[in-house]
Design a protein around this ligand. Structure first.
Ligand code: F6R
Length: 247
């Protein structure tokens, strides 16, 4: 098993991490205007998308050929529910830049046949020529996307059951009520993530320090899904000082 060493950047604070991540996304799009991007949601990414919108506007970057794929989505919500990641992405990015609707790919939170929906999503990624840049956050439990601990590294897009910690972390978009967060979600799998040409993982804040340590220095194991990234030769990790405090 190849244990690659990710490139690690440690920056002063979360704002610097967001700016650097937005700059990396903009660089990717400038270099290849038809890039396929795998995109996460979550608190960490809100400032990244705000910074990206500012760069795209200031530099008039054309997003007309960019293709986006979101990493995950809650299952069993109407698509326009404020808690869906579809709603998050529209608020944070899609409503502020000109990415053609046909180029925006999201897992349908209300699909009646979720297995078929996940298979369709994998086919869409393949039809786009694969992912050029996958941007990832990390859960306090080491999850990437919603690949919770125990996720096999061969997994593809599929329905999963969320851990309570992940539901609690998402309560904010459900009126602060963790019980209102769906119990299931669909997520792009670890094998699919590892097929991306490049991966950029971001983490800020001391709550992520343990997960970052386990990802970089612990065993490569499904118990820490992010440790799978050490199997990939082109991973960059951007951290603020707090998230990097244990490495
Ligand atoms: C969400 C996703 C998750 C988050 C992770 C960190 O689309 O892929 O893996 O990136 O849970 O979330 P925050 O940034 O809210 O701590």
């Amino acid at each position: 098993m190849n244990d690659h060493r990710p490139t690690i950047g440690i920056l002063n604070d979360g704002a610097a991490v967001s700016r650097a991540a937005a700059a990396a996304l903009a660089d990717q799009i400038r270099a290849d205007p038809g890039s396929a991007l795998l995109l996460p949601t979550g608190q960490t990414m809100l400032d990244v998308y705000a910074d990206l919108v500012a760069i795209v506007r200031a530099e008039r970057i054309d997003l007309g050929r960019v293709q986006t794929f979101n990493l995950d989505e809650f299952y069993g919500l109407p698509p326009d529910h404020p808690g869906t990641y579809r709603s998050y992405m529209h608020e944070a990015l899609f409503d502020h830049v000109a990415i053609p609707a046909a180029n925006i790919n999201l897992i349908d939170s209300a699909a009646t046949d979720i297995a078929a929906e996940c298979a369709r999503y994998e086919q869409r990624i393949a039809a786009a020529g694969g992912i050029d840049l996958a941007m990832l956050g990390i859960g306090v439990n080491g999850h990437i996307g919603f690949n919770e601990p125990g996720s096999d590294f061969a997994t593809r897009t599929r329905l999963i059951t969320l851990r309570d910690s992940s539901r609690a972390a998402n309560a904010g978009r459900f009126g602060g009520d963790a019980d209102a967060v769906p119990r299931q979600a669909a997520t792009v799998g670890i094998a699919t993530i590892l097929e991306a040409r490049r991966i950029l993982l971001l983490a800020t804040g001391g709550a992520k320090a343990q997960a970052i340590h386990a990802m970089l220095h612990g065993p490569i194991t499904p118990d820490v899904p992010a440790s799978a990234l050490r199997l990939h030769p082109h991973v960059a990790v951007l951290l603020d000082r707090a998230a990097a405090s244990l490495i």
